[in-house]
Design a protein around this ligand. Structure first.
Ligand code: AMP
Ligand code: ZN
Length: 114
């Protein structure tokens, strides 16, 4: 997908601190972290948002959660706790229109989500 910043990271056209990669997913550090650990787990396929996820591809979300749990262990936050978040659409706060999951932790997070 042209002009998609995350597709450019997948293609290696712009740099990122990539911490995980497999056939369907990559993960890298958020450029503007809100906590000591802030990783983005993204689909390699350009899917604009959760709302564009075909029913047949919902197992992808399970894969992303599995990888997030693994990365939480590697980041040393598995025991202390962490948050996974997927923003969807304008009012959902999504800025980059390429499906991604935030893994955030390493400090006490706020109770409120919105
Ligand atoms: P969202 O608001 O859920 O769409 O989140 C988009 C996230 O992507 C934000 O947390 C940004 O800081 C992050 N981001 C944007 N550009 C880059 C980049 N080039 N490398 C790493 N993270 C990025
Ligand atoms: Zn993309």
């Amino acid at each position: 997908m042209e002009d998609c910043i995350f597709c450019k990271i997948i293609a290696g056209e712009i740099p990122a601190d990539i911490v995980y990669r497999d056939d369907e997913v990559i993960a890298f550090r958020d450029i503007n972290p809100v906590a000591p650990t802030h990783l983005l787990i993204i689909s390699k396929k350009h899917i604009p948002s959760l709302a564009h996820l075909p029913d047949a591809e919902t197992p992808l979300i399970g894969s992303m959660v599995k990888i997030a749990n693994q990365l939480a262990r590697e980041e040393g936050i598995f025991e202390s706790g962490y948050r996974l978040a997927i923003s969807c659409g304008k009012q959902g706060g999504q800025v980059v229109p390429h499906l991604h999951m935030h893994l955030i932790g390493g400090r006490q997070l706020a109770d409120a989500l919105g």
